[in-house]
Design a protein around this ligand. Structure first.
Ligand code: FMN
Length: 216
């Protein structure tokens, strides 16, 4: 059995704390061995019924990347409109680094997912949760390589599915921007931009039942 020392545990927690969603990148390549380690981290994630629903599409065609960027920019405009009073604020936020990152990876859920029933009979969305675990592994593995990663979800999966020539029942859940960064943000960018702040952990934990109104 592998056991970990205190120092090793502390390193893990340093990586967890230092991970950020990144949207600013340097025009420098990612070493192929580092990219492989990051994808291996993804593929070691847990998955419902051992389904391994994740698929990775590395986008190297710059025209395709530009098309994805334009679609995401349009979706940000639509999202801003949908945010009502905060529309102008949303439009100003930097929510992607698609044009600047050195690697762009689409993470998709595989096709034929209805065949996987174990753990998904009442909650079919557990496939999505599994792929999210894989993405979190990538985020942490990238940070340990001193590379930044940003999860972009501002897109219509049907439009991206067409651009990536995917089967109709496969579904993209993330466009991941990956690469060297000028500096890691010290706090979430949305916090710095005044969009929201981190809640106190103690307000999110309760015992035995949902927290009751007015309880101390
Ligand atoms: C499922 C998911 C989708 C996200 N989509 C986007 C996105 O489209 N654009 C973006 O800028 N950040 C996106 N983020 C990043 C969040 O904004 C970010 O995680 C949050 O603000 C906290 O910042 P931190 O990751 O640096 O701690 C996404 C994060 C998750 C988990």
């Amino acid at each position: 059995m592998t056991t970990f020392s205190t120092a090793e545990r502390e390193v893990l927690h340093r990586v967890l704390r230092a991970r950020r969603d990144m949207r600013h990148f340097l025009p420098e390549p990612v070493a192929p061995e580092a990219l492989r380690r990051i994808l291996e981290a993804a593929h070691s994630a847990p998955s419902v019924g051992y389904m391994q629903p994740w698929r990775f599409i590395r986008i190297t065609d710059m025209r395709l990347r530009a098309e994805l960027h334009d679609h995401v920019a349009e979706e940000q405009r639509r999202t801003a409109e949908a945010c009502g009073a905060r529309a102008a604020e949303v439009q100003r936020l930097k929510l992607e680094g698609l044009r600047d990152c050195s690697e762009l990876i689409a993470v998709t859920l595989c096709d034929g997912r209805e065949r996987y029933v174990l753990g998904r009979r009442t909650m079919p969305e557990m496939d999505l949760c599994s792929a999210a675990c894989a993405i979190q592994n990538m985020w942490l593995a990238a940070r340990a390589e001193n590379l930044g990663m940003g999860w972009v979800s501002l897109f219509d999966p049907d439009v991206v599915g067409e651009l990536l020539q995917m089967p109709r029942d496969a579904r993209t859940i993330a466009l991941l921007c990956l690469g060297p960064v000028p500096a890691f943000y010290t706090e979430p960018m949305l916090e710095r931009a005044g969009w929201d702040c981190r809640r106190s952990l103690d307000t999110l934990i309760s015992e035995n039942h949902w927290p009751q109104e007015g309880a101390a």
